[in-house]
Design a protein around this ligand. Structure first.
Ligand code: ZN
Length: 158
């Protein structure tokens, strides 16, 4: 099978059978992001668990990521993929993964994704050739970043 066809298959599979979909409790923060150019929407919640009973910081574990969304297959599949990648990681690891994915999305089709880091998210490599679709692929990730920031801010204000 051609790489592009295989990637297409991964995206469609996540779109048809999304992982970890549905809003769950408990959660620390929620973010709602929209991509007006395509009509995509995602509401995403994160739950964090302090690493050692201490304060929530970048060493905290992402104990859950749950979401509801609607829109194109790229936006919805990308959000499904990120739940697989980020649940169970630390906030710092999640931010590093977000950075790797953002870099891939900005590569204009020239990126060489690291499958060890990005797993199914490598399937979006081809999307980086289409500037209009990059926002679709990043929608859920931006909501995740936003929800994590809110969680940490809330902790800081305690
Ligand atoms: Zn879209």
């Amino acid at each position: 099978m051609q790489l592009d066809a295989m990637y297409q298959e991964i995206i469609l599979d996540h779109y048809r059978n999304p992982h970890h979909k549905g809003l769950r409790d408990p959660h620390d923060a929620e973010a709602h992001h929209v991509n007006p150019t395509c009509g995509d929407e995602v509401t995403l919640r994160v739950a964090l668990a302090p690493a050692d009973g201490a304060a929530l910081d970048e060493k905290a574990i992402v104990s859950d990521v749950s979401y509801e969304g609607m829109g194109c297959s790229i936006s919805q599949a990308s959000t499904s993929v990120l739940t697989d990648l980020l649940i169970g990681r630390t906030v710092a690891e999640g931010m590093a993964t977000l950075e790797a994915f953002t870099e891939l999305m900005q590569s204009k089709g020239q990126g060489e994704p690291d499958e060890d880091v990005l797993e199914d998210a490598v399937a979006f490599a081809g999307v980086s050739k289409y500037p209009a679709r990059v926002k679709c692929a990043l929608l859920g990730w931006m909501a995740w970043k936003d929800a994590v920031s809110k969680s940490l801010e809330k902790e800081g204000a305690r």
